[in-house]
Write a protein that binds this ligand. Sequence first.
Ligand code: ZN
Length: 157
Amino acid sequence: MIRRHSVLAALAIATVFLAGGTHTALAADKVCQLAIAGSDAMLFDKKELDVAADCTQVELTLTHSGKLPAAAMGHNWVLVKTADVTTVANAGMSAGLANNYLTPNDPRVIASTKTIGGGQSASVTFPTSKLTKGGDYTFMCTFPGHYVIMKGIFKFG
Ligand code: ZN
């Protein structure tokens, strides 16, 4: 009798687990929030962003603390492997503001916000499953010419 109950209990747990599926995983998500600002002086207010190893999602919010419009002093936040910085930035330059200065669907872009002007903000949420712990990542603004100064180190784990 005891054995029979155990089997039933095990079956019940398995059913709940299967039915839960994706929802169970989502409930375990740890969303880590980051904030960064870009200014009319063509600068980010942070040189480094750190994400702890147990974060499963990153929610980054970019704020433009200046007053200039996106066409003149636009900023976005783009995350790439450090080795891809120059290639992605150069390709994005010709893509224009309509494409947020990024080649559409560029596979080298891990995450990116839209390009914003003074007083605006934009957010992006992405899973850390796209990252390798201890990997060499850089965030930057791909508005033409900005990435040379507007970039920083992104650390995960
Ligand atoms: Zn910029």
